[in-house]
Design a protein around this ligand. Structure first.
Ligand code: TXE
Length: 496
């Protein structure tokens, strides 16, 4: 199979799509010459095939990353690392239209959201480019005849496994802090969405990164993903995906070489609306909180708690708002919600909708397929949902939310924290005291007040409880990609 195919998108016209595995700055075939198709979720038809990595290819990519880590990458100054990253950000920015269009084609997200993603990708890479030469240790006074200092050293070869909901953005979140701190990477994309990362890979080479520093492979979780998690020469694995697979990654890391592990997993985030909130504003954010990216967000505000005094008015207005969300062709500029990413995700979500109906929750709006082609699901609201119902407990990862009413602040805090997850939460109120009191009590890595989904690369992001381990973004992510070394020098004086 060729290493490049000609594809076209409605916005860019024809373009050259790489299909190979990106190892050592070149696109190559897999050792076993396997390929797999990627499906357009809007049409349910194959877009093209890409080369598939197996364990043998993971070995080759890891060897390339190791060689680069021990060789050229080690001798490059932190400032130069930053220059590579900022140059990469500039090239990505210049190619925003192409990257956004490929993202919409392969993932199904609306073009306006894809553009937002690419703009965040640029911001994230540039931000970590700025960090590269500002990673400093400290001197520590212990006793007078010792001079002590600490250093932050790169961990080594990092394996990174990303999901399909934000293919380019997850790539940027993973590689940027890893490269800024001097690591090399082998990143596996999700099997549903390999295309945009392969277009991006060309820009890595163009930005001047030495061969082997960034390796990007397409492949399946159980084969290439599992090979990364259990590899004896990978020093750290970073994973974003389901809690189920997160556990298996941790087990594989533990039973191989005890590589460092960071995990960004699922969520079932509460979105709390107090009676004193600006109700129109709150509904806009609640709508954005659950339906943004078609509900395919780890931090989606999928449990909505509304204080009883405003419950009926809230439902009535929110129902109209959700029904008005434009669902359809991702390349239509007006579209807010495109198709779900795959048949499998479509079936999972429809299964949850059936569960909700069976359990006796009330459908306020939606609940069915949208159209007759593509994996489209109507924006769906369930009201009167009780804590024991599956749709209140489990991550649905689609355009479906569960609403319940509450009486008091104490009650809603208990309800909000009654989950095994802890990724995000939101509070809508005009009372500053309530906002701060509740935010500080919620067990979640991020709390938004009077807004939702306002993720920014300068702020750490990650989960309490079973939503993950470690933090991505912000200064905190640098700690996930460095080893801290203490050096203690005896300056003479008496020996004990
Ligand atoms: O995830 P998987 P799936 C949640 C969401 C969704 C559910 C299932 O609830 O409905 O997970 O989605 C790779 N060893 N999230 O099945 O399987 C896989 O190839 C190593 C939340 O798509 O976890 C892909 O690259 N890797 C989430 C990545 O893991 C393995 C985003 C994610 O796939 C592997 C996505 C294995 N054994 C889904 N099995 C979030 N936190 O944002 C799979 N993979």
């Amino acid at each position: 199979m060729p290493l490049t195919v000609e594809l076209k998108t409605p916005l860019t016209g024809p373009y050259k799509q790489p299909t190979g595995l990106f190892i050592n700055n070149e696109f190559v075939e897999g050792v076993d010459k396997k390929t797999f198709e990627t499906i357009n979720p809007t049409t349910e038809e194959a877009i093209c095939s890409v080369h598939e990595a197996t364990e043998k290819d993971v070995d080759i990519a890891v060897a390339a990353a190791r060689k680069a880590f021990n060789g050229p990458w080690k001798t490059i100054s932190p400032q130069q690392r930053g220059i590579y990253l900022t140059r990469l950000a500039d090239i990505v920015e210049k190619n925003s239209d192409l990257l956004s269009a490929v993202e919409s084609l392969d993932n199904g997200k609306s073009i306006s959201m894809a553009r937002g993603d690419v703009s965040s990708v640029v911001g994230c890479i540039r931000y970590y480019g700025g960090w590269a030469d500002k990673i400093t240790g400290s001197t520590v006074e212990t006793v007078p005849d010792h001079f002590n200092y600490t250093r932050y050293e790169p961990i080594g070869v990092c394996g990174q496994i990303i999901p399909w909901n934000f293919p380019l953005l997850m790539l940027a979140w993973k590689i940027s802090p890893a490269l800024a701190t001097g690591n090399t990477v082998v990143l596996k994309t999700a099997e549903q969405t390999p295309l945009s990362a392969l277009v991006f890979a060309q820009f890595v080479k163009e930005a001047g990164f030495p061969p082997g520093v960034v390796n990007i492979i397409s492949g399946f979780g159980k084969v290439a993903g599992a090979a990364i998690a259990s590899h004896m020469d990978i020093d750290k694995v970073a994973f974003t995906g389901s809690t189920l697979v997160g556990r298996s990654i941790m087990k594989a890391a533990a039973s191989s070489n005890l590589k460092k592990v960071t995990l960004e997993l699922g969520g079932k985030s509460p979105n709390i609306v107090f009676k004193d909130a600006d109700i129109e504003q709150a509904i806009s954010w609640v709508n954005f909180g659950i339906y943004y990216n078609h509900g395919q967000c780890c931090c989606a505000g999928s449990r909505i708690y509304v204080q009883e005094e405003i419950y009926d008015k809230f439902i009535e207005t929110f129902r109209k708002r959700a029904a008005a969300n434009a669902v359809g062709d991702p390349f239509d500029e007006k579209t807010f919600q495109g198709p779900q990413v795959s048949q499998l995700q479509y079936d999972r979500i429809m299964g949850y909708i059936e569960e909700g109906k069976k359990d006796g929750a009330k459908i306020e709006v939606g609940g069915s397929r949208h159209g007759d082609k593509g994996y489209f699901i109507q924006p769906t609201i369930f009201s009167g949902v009780t804590p024991d119902m599956k749709i209140m407990k489990e991550e649905i990862f689609g355009p479906v939310c569960a609403i319940a009413k509450f009486k008091t602040e104490e009650e809603v805090i208990e309800l909000a924290n009654d989950t095994t997850y802890g990724l995000a939460a939101a509070v809508h109120t005009n009372d500053l005291n309530t906002a701060i009191r509740v935010s500080n009590t919620l067990k979640a890595g991020t709390v938004w007040v009077n807004c939702y989904n306002m993720i920014h690369h300068q702020l750490p992001f990650g989960g309490y409880k079973e939503s993950g381990i470690g933090r991505e973004l912000g200064e905190e992510a640098l700690a996930n990609y460095t080893q801290h070394k203490s050096v203690s020098i005896r300056l003479g004086g008496p020996i004990f």
